[in-house]
Write a protein that binds this ligand. Sequence first.
Ligand code: DX5
Ligand code: ZN
Length: 218
Amino acid sequence: DVAVTIAPSILSADFANLEAELGRIATADWAHVDVMDAHFVPNLTLGLPVVQRLAQVSPVPLDCHLMIADPDRWAPSYAEAGAHSVTFHAEAVAAPIRLARELRDRGARAGLALSPGTPAEPFLDWLSEFDMVLVMTVEPGFGGQSFLEGCLPKLRRLRSAVDEHGLEVRLQVDGGVSAETIERCAENGADVFVAGSAVYGAADPAAAIAQLRALAGG
Ligand code: DX5
Ligand code: ZN
């Protein structure tokens, strides 16, 4: 059986009440934390001091998605802050393998994120260095955008490569994932599903999480 991991994004939560908002998704597997620096992406969210506190109070492991310039310099601190996984962008990193090893050395799972225009091919021979690959299904920067169907072939290619080599790399989708799109993500090989507006925009986040999980086959 496939493990299905549901990771609601707190980008769509109430930023004035983050501890309570994490409590509302306690039935999820991970909490997805979108770190944006107004350089790599045009938006600005939260950073290390907030993640350090969230790691202390969260009922679920933190899955940190770093949409920042110079992750080589900043990502290891997120691992030290207690993040379960730390994902950096291929377009921003200088030395991806070295950084992935540094994250693992610090006890975190290492993730590589690919924006919609970034191909997977250069990384296919290096997948064993990562615990997860994040296939962005919107342009990074904002919640509530519509799902980019065109990213699915890349997901499929990654699934083939992971299975072909018998690896345990998780494949994550992020952006526009909802009850309408999650089945196509699962069919094309995803096993970790980020959803911001589809969970926090719902009247009952726990029910939304259960529905997404069921649709993803988990
Ligand atoms: C976008 C972020 C996503 C965002 C997803 O740059 O990486 O995690 O929160 O939001 P939805 O699910 O609303 O598209
Ligand atoms: Zn994200």
